[in-house]
Design a protein around this ligand. Structure first.
Ligand SMILES: [Zn+2]
Length: 96
């Protein structure tokens, strides 16, 4: 599946995500005052639980930048954008 250059999910992320090394991981609480992250592209919610009241697409595991674990990309966006962003991966792969 390809992505168009004017896709709504593309908002200049290549400035900080192009060519990064990504790692697949389960989300864990890493700061007391921060209980979730969002996919950098589609804003899916990435955290350690699911809420039926929440309209966001939600994931408990996702791709994160391997060096500082600061930028999250959901599985769906990762598979669509991997070639465009030239990501390399380290560690485990998600099970299909
Ligand atoms: Zn996403």
């Amino acid at each position: 599946m390809a992505i168009e250059d004017d896709d709504w999910r593309l908002q200049g992320q290549e400035k900080y995500l192009l060519g990064r090394t990504m790692r697949w991981t389960t989300w864990t609480l890493h700061r007391e005052d921060w209980d979730h992250d969002h996919c950098e592209f589609c804003m899916a919610k990435i955290w350690d639980r699911h809420s039926v009241d929440d309209d966001h697409v939600q994931y408990k595991a996702a791709w994160v930048t391997a060096d500082e674990s600061n930028r999250w990309v959901c599985r769906e966006c990762f598979s669509v954008l991997r070639a465009s962003f030239a990501w390399s991966v380290v560690g485990e792969q998600p099970t299909p």
